[in-house]
Design a protein around this ligand. Structure first.
Ligand SMILES: *[C@@H]1O[C@H](CO)[C@@H](O)[C@H](O)[C@H]1NC(C)=O
Ligand SMILES: *[C@@H]1O[C@H](CO)[C@@H](O)[C@H](O)[C@H]1NC(C)=O
Ligand SMILES: *[C@@H]1O[C@H](CO)[C@@H](O)[C@H](O)[C@H]1NC(C)=O
Ligand SMILES: *[C@@H]1O[C@H](CO)[C@@H](O)[C@H](O)[C@H]1NC(C)=O
Ligand SMILES: *[C@@H]1O[C@H](CO)[C@@H](O)[C@H](O)[C@H]1NC(C)=O
Ligand SMILES: *[C@@H]1O[C@H](CO)[C@@H](O)[C@H](O)[C@H]1NC(C)=O
Ligand SMILES: *[C@@H]1O[C@H](CO)[C@@H](O)[C@H](O)[C@H]1NC(C)=O
Ligand SMILES: *[C@@H]1O[C@H](CO)[C@@H](O)[C@H](O)[C@H]1NC(C)=O
Length: 362
């Protein structure tokens, strides 16, 4: 099959492209480390649509999730229609599946969206404009070219399909699972401001992104923001084990849309309920009678019936498990995740400041 001919007015873009190739070192290619080769998980980018658009159009542009998951990632009402307009300049969280894999020919392991989004080249498109204007510079044209094995980025044809490798990671941060969220630094934004806005430690932002000088953040720079996610009781054998990474405020459907889970910063414990959708199996209660989401007792001695996964070998079945009160104030004897990670974050913050003080003395 012959490739469609490239656009006729290619000369000017090609000249600019050469210039950009020359300047490529300054492009804001995001560098998300993703050491756990072969791992997959949920990630997201904070996308600001360049033009007036609808949630349905964004879904089609990215095609990385269902409408329900896009709405859930943005904490929008589940009844929002796909034709609803995205408010001007609003940042929309686009959830997608991340895969940590070698970038090719023995290169280092990087995190990239797993073979999506796929962009179809339009007349008069050129790769740098696609990277910058359509995908908000979350990728560089060079990364698109490398991912698609295109030796000459100035030679793409109308109708050609390009995989856009969005940056992401599945790595734990300070011993905890997080949702790696790619954030574009806006004019005037500071590391302390972003840390407060996203609920992460400033020192974590700085070290994770290897920021040499927090005062010298560049507008448009892409940062890896490790959003804390709700802990869950989902078993490691369940298909949604790594995919249900929900930060504060987010919700998502799972178990083939039969279960809806949400995450609130009150408990940072996943709270799941049955959607009672058509064709959904009955959810087994915990300990005989306690229904999914229900709590028995009060205070630290209370127990809650939590979602623990699903399987779909012959038919869909949903599992539940009884969990004790996970509120930080109730956690003792050291087995609990959030207290452990909380103290870890604190330790790292203290060490970071100790190092700073030492440097001042030297
Ligand atoms: C990304 O990482 C690679 C390899 O570690 C490095 O060569 C490159 O300069 C980095 N890019 C940016 C923008 O930091
Ligand atoms: C999204 O991708 C699926 C296949 O993964 C395809 O069937 C579907 O048509 C795509 N939707 C859009 C709007 O591109
Ligand atoms: C946004 O609008 C401009 C002007 O109408 C157009 O050139 C550009 O292609 C649009 N971008 C996208 C991503 O639709
Ligand atoms: C869990 O979610 C349900 C419905 O969304 C809500 O009524 C309930 O209060 C939540 N439970 C907790 C412990 O947050
Ligand atoms: C489970 O049910 C049994 C009998 O109904 C009861 O004695 C026990 O306290 C329950 N366990 C919890 C953790 O609620
Ligand atoms: C609730 O807790 C009480 C006391 O611990 C226990 O007797 C009862 O069986 C529990 N109910 C359920 C449904 O587990
Ligand atoms: C867990 O215990 C705390 C502290 O006693 C209490 O405020 C909270 O309501 C309890 N949570 C549940 C789900 O019972
Ligand atoms: C789950 O099972 C149903 C019916 O048994 C089947 O139609 C469906 O394709 C399965 N889904 C997955 C993801 O395996």
């Amino acid at each position: 099959m012959a490739l469609p001919s490239p656009p006729a007015n290619l000369a000017a873009p090609a000249a600019v492209l050469l210039l950009l190739l020359f300047l490529a070192g300054t492009a804001s290619a995001a560098n998300f480390t993703c050491a756990a080769q072969g791992s997959t998980c949920q990630s997201a980018i904070g996308y600001v649509a360049p033009n007036a658009t609808t949630y349905g159009e964004l879904l089609a542009r990215f095609n990385t999730s269902t409408l329900a998951d896009l709405l859930g990632a943005n904490n929008l009402p589940a009844t929002t229609p796909s034709t609803a307009r995205v408010p001007a300049k609003a940042t929309v969280r686009i959830p997608f599946r991340c895969l940590c894999a070698a970038a090719g020919n023995g290169a280092s392991v990087v995190g990239r969206s797993d073979r999506v989004p796929v962009y179809t080249v339009q007349p008069n498109d050129w790769m740098d404009a696609i990277a910058r204007n359509v995908f908000d510079a979350f990728v560089t044209f060079q990364e698109i070219a490398d991912a698609n094995n295109i030796p000459k980025p100035d030679q793409i044809g109308v109708g050609q399909k390009l995989w856009i490798p969005l940056p992401c990671s599945c790595d734990q941060v300070l011993g905890s699972d997080v949702l790696h969220y790619a954030h574009t630094v806006a004019a005037g934004e500071t590391t302390s401001g972003m840390a407060a806005k996203f609920g992460v430690l400033e020192s974590t932002l700085v070290t994770l992104n290897k920021i040499a000088d927090p005062k010298n953040l560049l507008q448009g720079q892409i940062l890896d923001v490790p959003l804390p996610v709700c802990a869950s009781s989902i078993s490691s054998t369940s298909a949604d084990h790594n995919l249900l990474r929900l930060p504060n405020g987010a919700y998502a459907l799972t178990a083939q849309d039969c279960i809806q889970c949400s995450c609130s910063s009150n408990t940072y414990q996943l709270n799941c309920t049955s959607t009672q959708g058509k064709g959904c199996p009955a959810v087994p209660p915990c300990n005989g009678t306690l229904k999914l989401g229900q709590t028995n007792g009060t205070g630290c001695g209370s127990t809650t019936c939590a979602y623990s996964g699903y399987s779909n070998s012959s038919s869909l079945s949903i599992q539940t498990t009884l969990v004790s009160n996970q509120t930080t104030a109730c956690q003792n004897s050291g087995s609990e995740r959030s207290e452990f990670s909380g103290s870890m974050w604190m330790m790292v913050a203290i060490s970071f400041h100790m190092v700073l003080i030492l440097i001042c003395f030297l």
